[in-house]
Design a protein. Structure first.
Length: 401
């Protein structure tokens, strides 16, 4: 906890105490004033009784008695006025000091709280986030480097500053330093998939696209928590392909193709899948499905090709693609299984569903374009099975060959 925060807490405590004690002091002064008034009244009554006895005993006439009574009343008024004047001066002096104290303490309190909680540099940090949106080569990226380096010096525990510094260094191809910045951010915040993903990428690029054991552990840890992390799936698939593990690479690529991607990435992914698949022998059972659209596609539609138990149930394999990529060919086999413990090869028979979904969900919805195959016997399959499917809007009949 910083010293300025503690100071702010101390000032708050003093301020609260003053607010509590000030009304209490006023109440005590009111009680004392009332006691003095009662005392003056008692003295007045005693002196008046004595005066009446003196007049009676001394036989004073009426004029003299009235003059003595008037003098006594005037004396009482003088005593009350003197007392009230003294109280007024004391009250004025006592009422002045809280105003002076508050005038000094309140600005100090506001400064301490703002400095601790408000963060006067918050606007700078907000502006620095533009580096995440700037195009490569934008000169602003270079100008932000010195700013963020100075900021992490002033605020070494500020996670976002380290994170933004890592992005700046990554864009400048200073990969080793970028990895250090992301590592620092992770050490502060703990587990964070976004920071860990960029840390992994920076480590990978700093090592000239080689993956060491620590990077593999980090990648596997990320995928355990985020199985659809495309960047990590791509990185590991490339590493496995370079290592000669084409089947392992293909499994990761099939997993990656179920992640929503923009069309350009989908095209690149399918090209990579074809390249890797060329090195993987065909194993049975295998079902190839060539899909095309028989009408103009609705916008933002998604293609699903599914192998599932006959009549429905938990799918054995699912391929997901942007429908804008049609026509395309999809292969369903054990490498494309959703659950390695429940591959297609364990089924007796399956049915294949090709669906253009308007909602982006694999579950059938109103308006979907759909086709379902006859049962396909999987057990003892002698050669790959192939379907050529043309999908049409509801009310039309999809064709198959």
């Amino acid at each position: 906890m910083s010293g300025s925060f503690l100071a702010a807490c101390l000032v708050l405590a003093v301020f609260a105490g003053l607010l509590f004690l000030w009304p209490t002091g006023k109440r005590l002064r009111d009680v004392a004033r009332e006691d003095r008034r009662r005392l003056l009244a008692a003295l007045y009554q005693a002196r008046r009784g004595e005066l009446e006895r003196e007049i009676t005993v001394g036989g004073a006439d009426e004029v003299t008695a009235r003059a003595l009574q008037t003098e006594l009343d005037a004396s009482l008024l003088d005593d009350v006025a003197a007392t009230e004047g003294a109280e007024s001066q004391a009250l004025t002096a006592s009422a002045r000091w809280p105003s002076v104290v508050f005038a000094i303490l309140l600005p100090l309190l506001a400064f301490l709280i703002y400095n601790q909680i408000g963060n006067p540099e918050a606007e700078q940090l907000r502006d620095a986030r533009e580096v995440l949106e700037l195009a490569d080569g934008d000169p602003k990226i270079d100008s932000w480097l010195a700013v963020m380096e100075a900021r992490v010096e002033r605020r070494p525990k500020e996670v976002e500053s380290w994170y933004l510094l890592g992005h700046i260094l990554l864009r400048q191809q200073k990969y080793a330093r970028a990895a250090e910045a992301f590592s620092k951010a992770k050490s502060i915040v703990g587990d964070d998939i976004t920071i860990e993903t960029y840390w992994l990428q920076a480590r990978y690029l700093a090592a000239d696209r080689e993956v060491d054991e620590d990077s593999i552990k980090l990648a596997e840890s990320i995928l355990e928590r985020d199985p659809g992390n495309y960047a990590v799936l791509q990185l590991l698939s490339v590493h496995k392909a370079r290592s000669g593990d084409f089947s392992g690479s293909l499994k990761l690529l099939y997993q990656a193709q179920n992640t929503p991607l923009d069309p350009s990435r989908q095209v690149a992914l399918q090209d990579f899948i074809r390249q890797v698949r060329a090195h993987v022998p065909v194993t049975l059972p295998t079902i190839d499905v060539a899909v095309r659209a028989g009408a103009e596609l609705p916008p933002h539609a998604t293609l699903f090709v599914i192998a599932r138990p006959v009549g429905g149930g938990m799918p054995y394999a699912v391929a997901r693609h942007d429908a804008a990529l049609l026509p395309m060919e999809v292969r369903l086999d054990d490498l494309a299984s959703m659950n390695p413990a429940n591959p297609i090869s364990k089924a007796e028979s399956v049915e294949v569903v090709a669906r253009i979904s308007l909602t982006g969900q694999p579950v059938a919805g109103a308006g979907d374009w759909s086709w379902t195959s006859m049962p396909v016997v999987v057990a003892g399959m002698k050669e790959p099975v192939r379907f050529d499917v043309e999908l049409l809007p509801p009310g039309s009949s999809a064709t198959t060959e």
